[in-house]
Design a protein around this ligand. Structure first.
Ligand SMILES: Nc1ncnc2c1ncn2[C@@H]1O[C@H](COP(=O)(O)OP(=O)(O)O)[C@@H](O)[C@H]1O
Ligand SMILES: [Mg+2]
Length: 358
């Protein structure tokens, strides 16, 4: 059981503010992913929760208890890092036993064996138990590292980009496994990553961190479909959301400086004439004959089930995702429209979505 709350956390390193007024609320049993670019403050957040750093301001609660005066051991959290920290000359079994061996834990040998065997089974590393850890592949080592965290039965799992050192295929496989493990354990996971695909595919909730500030928290669906601002819109999704500058003029979206128009009837109150950024996902750009705008095909990327087209209009480009069987070639003239109901309007000055403002 563990409910984690961070209230108004600020953390500075000298003159640099790594985290600013951070509020986080992670429910018991939730798989929460903190997503942010390098330097956003992800590791700092984990180290604060683990008790390895102290905040300059704000409070951290674990199950409602303010842990300011608790040492790292008392907090009983497990931190899994990108770089696996295994003892190289020992076997996998010994590595898994270590966290259970300290005298103060008073765990009986039978119990230790039972726990190690159970964890090895969960992680499918039973066949490796007698092997020395320096004879393992990267993926196997990371499984053992995760095993070392699980075997302790901590209150919370903190995972600092544990998959980012692995190759793409393994990363994908472990993503699914880790998610399954978390669901089976039913425990609270705070997983941090710079990889938006990882965040969107694993998180029950995702928090987007930018330069030490939490920009948005929501389900992957909310973050994807209703981004709070243009930063989130362009960070999440691959290829990212198209962002086009323009304004609404009586039922039309008039793009400037791009100089084309698209129909847009359901404008929010007071938006006519206001400088806006129109956000449209590539899958909501529609290529069809008779559509309102002409563009040139600037590039075609083949992705198996679909193609990603880069369209050129004047000096600008935008992306469109189309079915693989669509036959297009570079420099073809095509016409496009957009799925009006999927357009997100952002204030051009602040970049904040009109749905989130006010
Ligand atoms: N011990 C430290 N001393 C000085 N600056 C630090 C220290 N730890 C982190 N920082 C700075 O704080 C910011 C956030 O770092 P970090 O939490 O490691 O980001 P992330 O894990 O998202 O890449 C970075 O600008 C980093 O350089
Ligand atoms: Mg980090």
């Amino acid at each position: 059981m563990a409910h984690i709350q961070l209230k108004n956390i600020t953390k500075k390193f000298g003159a640099h503010t790594a985290l600013r007024n951070l509020d986080l609320d992670i429910a018991d049993g939730e798989f929460f992913v903190l997503l942010g670019e390098t330097g956003a403050g992800k590791t700092t957040t984990l180290r604060l929760i683990a008790g390895l750093e102290k905040p300059d301001e704000g409070q951290i609660f674990i199950d409602g208890a303010d842990v300011a005066d608790w040492g790292a051991a008392e907090r009983d959290v497990a931190l899994v890092l990108q770089q696996y920290s295994l003892y190289p000359r020992y076997t996998v079994r010994e590595n898994l036993e270590f966290p259970l061996k300290p005298k103060i834990r008073r765990i009986e040998p039978d119990e230790i064996k039972a726990r190690v065997d159970r964890v090895a089974k969960t992680l499918r590393i039973e066949h490796l138990l007698d092997r020395k850890t320096d004879k393992l592949s990267g993926g196997e080592m990371q499984r053992v590292s995760i095993g070392r965290a699980i075997v302790r039965k901590p209150r919370v799992f903190l995972m600092d980009e544990p998959l980012s050192a692995l190759d793409a295929k393994l990363r994908e496989a472990l993503r699914t496994e880790l998610k399954n493990i978390q669901m089976n354990l039913g425990q609270t996971f705070l997983f941090v990553t710079h990889d938006q695909i990882e965040a969107m595919s694993m998180g029950d909730k995702v928090g987007v961190l930018n330069h030490g500030r939490l920009i948005q928290t929501g389900t992957p669906h909310e973050i994807y479909n209703n981004p709070r601002d243009t930063f989130v819109a362009s960070f999440v999704g691959s290829p990212p959301m198209n962002l086009l500058e323009g304004k609404l003029v009586s039922g039309r979206a008039v793009m400037a400086p791009l100089n084309f128009e698209l129909p847009y009837k359901a404008g929010a109150a007071g938006t006519d004439g206001r400088a806006l950024t129109f956000g449209i996902r590539p899958e909501d750009v529609v290529i069809e004959q008779g559509a309102p705008v002409e563009a040139r095909v600037h590039d075609v990327e083949n992705h198996g089930v679909e193609k990603i087209l880069t369209l050129r209009v004047g000096d600008a480009t935008l992306r469109a995702t189309v079915p693989a069987q669509t036959s297009v070639a570079i420099e073809d003239a095509v016409r496009f429209a957009w799925n009006e109901s999927k357009v997100v309007l952002f204030d051009q000055g602040t970049g904040v979505s009109l749905r989130h403002a006010g």
